[in-house]
Design a protein around this ligand. Structure first.
Ligand code: S3P
Length: 453
């Protein structure tokens, strides 16, 4: 029997107004669950996203013998230490979550047992050689599967584990693309290695892993774009900890851009993580001429993440250029929603240097161009970006999510300013990161409903 699927029905909204809180940061949530599972003793994590991606990480550790009790958005994790995982009896299902698969691979290659990592249809199309190759360079035994492109390895991943007497070796690795998932997988494998792990990146990818390791007492040094984990210094064991996960800036971006786009709006999002490696979209919103206040009164959490309230007001937006390599990596997940903002900005917005978008939950360059055109926006696709001509009225459309949460939510925002009724099909994927998206936008005043079809 076909499964029921959800869709959004969206009509033009009056002003979005009020205060909101978004779900906990997905990236920090994954890492908190991982480090709590590898801790010695009980950890308490609060403010988790409640999204399916974080649950996939929790379920994987449960399958390896870790007791994780979830109560709403809080978790109690009874960690068994770095060497406390046991062989899973079934494949570890990462669902839609690339972060789960890539970060887990770094831990699993260091175990003495074999394991298999599987994912949904979207994840199964995402390249995995970016972690397989460097992990092999330090002596790990793992394979991926053939897929769309010759010479590229995809899920499922087959991890054979280390043979008796073997251990992982030192690794100095220059990553061809800036990727926090690759960097984190290598640092995690480095916790088990004989020598140091050094990762040199072409741009500043998110640094939540390094911050959490440092807070736990592991020696991680950062020197520009070079990160070094030296197991001969600092600690390699830590006790259970308490951690509050701050709000996800990538989810807050929908409220920020929604307020910026919908006439007469003013929205404050509280408790948002404003780690500099994540706030490129705030720089762009400001560069587009919008009024944005960042109130950093909210302090810092236990893993050293800065937290702030963001207040955005609607106003005239002007086109911009998003092409600087160091900026792109700081807003890679926000490009779809910024493309929606570009659709209302006066002039032509140019996005380049973002080829990584083609290997996210969907091909976000092709899919965004298709989505914007459905709303009557003039745009042009480029191998590594797009041009968007903004400032003309939008017409409502019926569009697909392409199983990509950020595309579904971006299309909903476009529906809030388009003339007529917009339908976004297949919106179950929004539950991977932002399960409260519809109630939150309804509370702010948007005319959006979710239907089961
Ligand atoms: C993530 C890193 C980013 C990002 C993804 C989450 C993470 O991917 O797009 O949504 O939590 O490490 P890459 O590191 O592959 O660019």
């Amino acid at each position: 029997m076909p499964q029921p699927v959800k869709r959004f029905r969206v009509r033009p909204s009056g002003p979005l107004r009020g205060e909101a809180r978004v779900p906990g940061d997905k990236s920090i949530g994954h890492r908190a669950l991982i480090f709590a599972s590898l801790a010695e003793g009980e950890s308490r994590i609060s403010g988790l996203s409640g999204g399916l991606d974080n649950l996939a990480t929790a379920d994987a550790f449960r399958a390896m013998g870790i007791d994780i009790q979830l109560h709403g958005n809080a978790a109690r994790v009874s960690g068994k230490g770095l060497r406390g995982l046991s062989a899973p009896k079934r494949p570890l299902d990462c669902g839609n979550s690339g972060t789960t698969m890539r970060l887990l691979s770094g831990i699993l290659v260091a175990q003495r047992f074999p394991s298999r990592l599987i994912g949904d249809a979207s994840l199964t199309k995402r390249p995995m050689d970016r972690v397989i190759q460097p992990l092999r360079m330090r002596g790990a035994h793992l394979d991926g599967s053939a897929g769309a492109k010759k010479g590229v390895l995809y899920p499922p991943l087959y991890i054979h584990g280390l043979k008796p007497g073997e251990s992982l070796r030192e690794l100095v690795y220059e990553t061809p693309v800036a990727s926090a998932q690759v960097k984190s997988a290598l640092l995690l494998s480095g916790l088990y290695a004989d020598g140091l792990t050094q990762v040199i990146e072409p741009g500043p990818s998110r640094d939540h892993t390094e911050r959490m390791l440092t807070a736990l007492g592991v020696s991680v040094e950062r020197d520009g774009l070079r990160v070094t984990l030296d197991p001969s210094k600092g600690k390699l064991r830590w006790r259970g900890f308490d951690l509050q996960v701050p709000g996800d800036p990538s989810s807050a971006a929908f409220a920020v851009v929604g307020a910026a786009m919908v006439p007469g709006s003013e929205v404050t999002v509280r408790g948002v993580c404003v780690n500099e490696t994540r706030t490129g979209f705030l720089d762009v919103v400001k560069a587009m001429g919008l009024q944005l206040d960042i109130d950093e009164e909210e302090g810092t959490n236990a893993s050293g993440e800065r937290v702030a309230a963001l207040t955005t007001r609607n106003g005239p937006a002007r086109a911009t250029e998003i092409e600087d390599e160091a900026l792109i990596v700081r807003l890679i997940d926000e490009i779809p929603v910024l493309a929606a903002l570009a659709a209302v900005a006066e002039g032509k917005t140019r996005i380049r240097g973002a080829a990584e978008l083609r290997v996210k939950e969907s091909d976000r360059i092709a899919v965004m161009v298709q989505t914007l055109r459905a709303f009557g926006v003039e745009c042009e696709e480029h191998p590594d970006g797009m041009d968007i001509v903004g400032g003309r009225p939008l017409r409502a459309a019926t569009v697909e999510s392409h199983h990509d949460h950020r595309i579904a939510m971006t299309a909903a925002l476009l529906g809030m300013i388009a003339e007529g009724e917009t339908i976004v099909n297949d919106t179950d994927c929004v539950g991977t990161s932002f399960p409260s998206f519809v109630p939150l936008f309804r509370q702010l005043g948007a005319d959006i409903v979710e239907e089961v079809v």
